[in-house]
Design a binder for this molecule. Structure first.
Ligand code: PGA
Length: 251
C-alpha cells in the first residue's frame, strides 16, 4: 500500500520568525498522523532552522527548488541538492508550475534537477500539470505525458523509489478552483498508466501521485478517497498550522 504524503508548499511567504512559529505550532497537531508522511517546504534561508527545530518529529523538510548542477561549481545564486541534504532536507519540489511559468523552467531542467536530487539522496516531488487553455483544447494528457517523459528521462526503476509526482493543474493553483475528484482521478490514473508503461507494475504501484491546486480542509477527504490520489501538495491552506493540520488529519 502506498503511504500518503501531505506536503505544504509555503512558497515565498513568512519571515523566519513566522515560519518557526507555524512549524512549532504544527508539530503537536500532526504528531499522531501515522497514516501519512508530513512535509513542509519553506524558503531556502529557513530550511536549516526548521530542520533543526523539527528534528525528532514526524515533519520532514523540503526545499522548493534546487540547482540542476550536482557538483559545487561557479553558479551564482544557486543552491545544490547536496547542500539541501546537508542542512537537513529530505525532499525537494522540482518543476512547480510557478517556476515553469515565471522562471522559464523547462522539462530539461526538471530532468537535471531531479537527477541531482536523487543523486544527493533527496526525494524529488516532481510537479506536472496543464494550463487552462491546454485543458480546453484537449491537449491535457499529451502535455502531462511530455512533462513526465522528458522530466523523468533516464531514471532507473530504483531511482523511481525517490520520486513523488504532484499533479497540479495550473488553473487550480491559488485560484480556489479545485479539479473535481473525478477530473483529478482521471489524470492520476493516466499518470499511473504511463509509469507502468515505462517502469512496470511495481513502480506504478509504489510511486505516490499527489494532487495539488486549492486543496482545503473541506475538499481533501473526497480527493483522498480516489484510488490513484496518494496525497496532496498544498499551497495557501498550508500557511496556517490549524488548516494544514486539518488537511493532514483528513481521515
Ligand atoms: P494552492 O497551491 O493550494 O494555493 O492552490 C498549490 C501549489 O502551488 O502547490
Amino acid at each position: 500500500m502506498r503511504k500518503p504524503v501531505i506536503a505544504g508548499n509555503w512558497k515565498m511567504y513568512k519571515t523566519l520568525g513566522e515560519a518557526t512559529e507555524t512549524a512549532l505550532a504544527l508539530k503537536p497537531l500532526v504528531a499522531n498522523a501515522n497514516h501519512c508522511e508530513v512535509v513542509i517546504a519553506p524558503v531556502f534561508v529557513h530550511l536549516k532552522t526548521l530542520a533543526d527545530r523539527l528534528e525528532g518529529s514526524n515533519i520532514r523538510v523540503a526545499a522548493q527548488d534546487c540547482a540542476p548542477e550536482a557538483k559545487q561549481s561557479a553558479n551564482t545564486g544557486e543552491v545544490s541538492a547536496e547542500m539541501l541534504k546537508d542542512v537537513g532536507c529530505s525532499h525537494v519540489i522540482v518543476g512547480h508550475s510557478e517556476r515553469r511559468q515565471f522562471y522559464s523552467e523547462s522539462n530539461e531542467s526538471v530532468r537535471r534537477k531531479t537527477r541531482a536530487a536523487i543523486d544527493s539522496g533527496l526525494t524529488a516531488i516532481v510537479c506536472v500539470g496543464e494550463t487552462l487553455s491546454e485543458r480546453e483544447s484537449g491537449s491535457l494528457f499529451s502535455v502531462v505525458e511530455t512533462q513526465l517523459k522528458e522530466g523523468l528521462a533516464g531514471l532507473t526503476t530504483s531511482d523511481m523509489d525517490r520520486i513523488i509526482i504532484a499533479y497540479e493543474p495550473v488553473w487550480a493553483i491559488g485560484t480556489g478552483k479545485t479539479a473535481t475528484p473525478e477530473q483529478a482521478q482521471e489524470m492520476h490514473g493516466f499518470i499511473r498508466a504511463k509509469l507502468k508503461d515505462e517502469h512496470g507494475d511495481v513502480v506504478a504501484d509504489n510511486v505516490r501521485v499527489l494532487y495539488g491546486g486549492s486543496v482545503k480542509p473541506d475538499n481533501v477527504s473526497e480527493l483522498m478517497s480516489k484510488e490513484d490520489i496518494d496525497g496532496a501538495l498544498v499551497g495557501g491552506a498550508s500557511l496556517a498550522a490549524e488548516s494544514f493540520a486539518q488537511i493532514v488529519n483528513y481521515k
